[in-house]
Design a protein around this ligand. Structure first.
Ligand SMILES: O=C(O)CCC(=O)C(=O)O
Length: 269
């Protein structure tokens, strides 16, 4: 992990993130670093790692969900190799400055491996924030391309400015016909043209939790490996209910996210 006292995100990048709700940094990590992260993810796959450790049935949802991706949540807890990247100070500090927050906590990390071939399914157009028990909205993700990502193998696509629609309804990722973009267009809202985020391994995109995003099915012969970290800005309350990271029973509704599963990764208390 690097010391980042001197890291300054350019004002132009902060402005882009604020206006578009996403930003891309190509070559954020080196290819040697991505070799390390890929090794950690492959080891977790090889061990049949549960989606959510400790959850009933491993927290696996359905065969349809597995066609969207094999998702492994809180990998940092049991994979030191993944933790080195989930807890990257440079990544967290970049996110903190983009969000303009006093600090950021980790909500959870998750490896998302989109399977190859005919069974592969798209990650439908959705927002993330409807699944997160937080108020106010403002949490965001850093999505690391562990493999080269292209339209063909399921790179992310974002709709510029769509975070400004605010918090909408959750989309069923297992229902191929459910799409927040279609819903908004049908109800007459001007949804901008999406932008694909192709990049080589080591590239990173950050996206606001209300940004509309999508990834197509993986039409190649190789799995698409990605690793994302979700950050909670300061002054965000836990609103109760389901918390995929597993700390909900030990937190107070309306209280802060101060819990050992959600440490501050950048900035001051
Ligand atoms: O990797 C994907 O296919 C989707 C990722 C996603 O939805 C996210 O990171 O919020």
């Amino acid at each position: 992990m690097t010391n980042n006292k001197d890291l300054h995100v350019a004002n132009q990048d902060i402005e882009t993130f604020r206006e578009q709700g996403f930003i891309q940094f190509k070559n954020f990590f080196s290819s040697a670093e991505m070799d390390e992260l890929r090794t950690a993810i492959d080891a977790a796959i090889a061990s049949n790692r549960e989606r959510i450790v400790g959850a009933q049935g491993g927290g696996r949802l359905s065969d349809d969900y597995e066609k969207v991706f094999n998702q492994m949540v809180n990998l940092w807890v049991d994979s030191p190799g993944a933790k080195a990247y989930s807890f990257s100070k440079r990544l967290a500090e970049t996110g903190r400055q983009l969000a303009g927050s006093r600090h950021v906590r980790i909500y959870h990390d998750h490896a998302m491996i989109k399977p190859a071939g005919q069974d592969s399914r798209a990650t439908n157009w959705h927002q993330d924030a409807p699944y997160w028990p937080m108020d106010p909205i403002g949490a965001f993700s850093a999505w690391i391309a562990v493999d080269d990502v292209t339209i063909a193998n399921g790179c992310l696509h974002f709709v510029p400015g769509s975070h400004k629609f605010g918090l909408l309804e959750p989309i069923q990722l297992t229902d191929a016909d459910d799409s927040i973009v279609d819903k908004m267009r049908k109800s007459g809202h001007p949804v901008a043209a999406p932008v694909p985020m192709e990049m080589e391994a080591g590239g990173v995109t950050f996206h606001h939790g209300c940004n509309f995003h999508y990834a197509g099915p993986n039409q190649t012969d190789l799995p698409r490996r990605a690793h994302a970290v979700i950050y909670i800005p300061a002054d965000t309350a836990f609103t109760g209910g389901k918390d995929a990271a597993g700390a909900s029973d030990e937190m107070t509704i309306g209280g802060p996210w101060a819990h050992q599963l959600h440490p501050i990764l950048a900035g001051e208390e």
